[in-house]
Design a protein around this ligand. Sequence first.
Ligand SMILES: NC(=O)c1ccc[n+]([C@@H]2O[C@H](COP(=O)([O-])OP(=O)(O)OC[C@H]3O[C@@H](n4cnc5c(N)ncnc54)[C@H](OP(=O)(O)O)[C@@H]3O)[C@@H](O)[C@H]2O)c1
Length: 274
Amino acid sequence: MSLLEQLFNLNGQVAIVTGGTGVLGGAIARGLAGAGAAVGVLGRRREQAEAVAAQIVAGGGQALALAADVLDNAQLEAARDTILAHWGRIDILINAAGGNQPSATLPPGQSFFDLPVEGLQGVIALNLQGTLLPSQVFGAVLVRGGAGVIVNVSSMAAQRAMTRVIGYGLAKAAVENATRWLAVELSRSFGAGLRVNAIAPGFFIGEQNRALLLNPDGTLTARGQTIIDHTPAGRFGRPEELLSTLVWLCGPGASFVNGVVIPVDGGFSAFSGV
Ligand SMILES: NC(=O)c1ccc[n+]([C@@H]2O[C@H](COP(=O)([O-])OP(=O)(O)OC[C@H]3O[C@@H](n4cnc5c(N)ncnc54)[C@H](OP(=O)(O)O)[C@@H]3O)[C@@H](O)[C@H]2O)c1
């Protein structure tokens, strides 16, 4: 095996991707399988989870569809039991379920003072609790051998104010904080081989943000254009462009990388806008 293959090798590893039914999570699930992991594809939509799992199996990989809500402990525990019955272990958890929600987005023409604070609860629950609960349910198995990896999915909205999406930014900022806290806690309490990191994607067309970025005819919304203008790469990302960072974070090549958030953003976070 070449050095490159050793550093990025996930053979024999068992991974769970929450939000594996989505645009980014689906690409991540296929990417981990391509690097050798057996992958549990988790989302509420069973048929979509089965479709992603079938693609992986058709490509020669191993996959299982897991229908579960990341906010429902009993459903997560059932998914955990299914994985353990099939593969007997969990080595990698990718917390990709999440996204923005209309109830937490400031409508055009309205101000912060019109925003019902209750509207924020749903998006905070999905992105924060929806990261913490799977980390507890799957993480309790993952830590058993003293080695394993969690990768959370943050966003550009975590670090810098992004107009309109206050609840999403709050939640992702908390996800970044939880990433650092868990990195310290798990490695100190359960084994130095445990690592928790995050990726912060720039802008990709997913289902949850499509209507904010693209008009029905596929042209850019004003917001989509502003984003492209502030992305030195001059375009949205392609989901597959997350994979090398993701596979690296999960594999032996990142054995001394713990508690960090890696932007994969075409330069968005580096650019002042001037
Ligand atoms: N697209 C971007 O530009 C971008 C940028 C930065 C960060 N992100 C983050 O990347 C992640 C994936 O986003 P995406 O763009 O790929 O969006 P997407 O295509 O809408 O996927 C969202 C995923 O979340 C899952 N999900 C939502 N609520 C869930 C729940 N209660 N329980 C279980 N799964 C749930 C959905 O699955 P089901 O519907 O099957 O439940 C779906 O798989 C999110 O965390 C998002 O915040 C995206």
